[in-house]
Design a binder for this molecule. Sequence first.
Ligand SMILES: [Fe+2]
Ligand SMILES: [Fe+2]
Length: 139
Amino acid sequence: MDLDIILTRLIKEHREFNRVLKNIERRLRQNFSFDDLELLREFLHREVDDHACWEEEVLYDILDREADIERIIFSHEYIMDRLRKFEDALDHFRKGKMGKEEIVGEAISLIKILKDHLTEEESILLPVIRKKMYGKYDK
Ligand SMILES: [Fe+2]
Ligand SMILES: [Fe+2]
């Protein structure tokens, strides 16, 4: 696959994640709604899962020796684990075993982990992809 297609998709999807996460976080801080918690859960399940699989599939071959792919994969596993914990927390909340503030705290901490992951990933991947692209064009 072409490196500029990979780079464009990576940047586009990260921008979209940041936008959605920022909006959900803002709404959760301003005005509690269970719908936003559900939205966060659905969004993460659908998008993050797809995105992370794509990253691992595509990047492993291309950037294996040049970027710290293991660190990214470890970080994906950690996010999936935190997502499962968030779903358990949502269950507790639904059953009245957890308060509003606590569940919002869980959601916000999950959002922070995701945002940090996006930043970390970009700091690992973008320089390597760009270096490879320019290397290719230099020849
Ligand atoms: Fe990722
Ligand atoms: Fe990513």
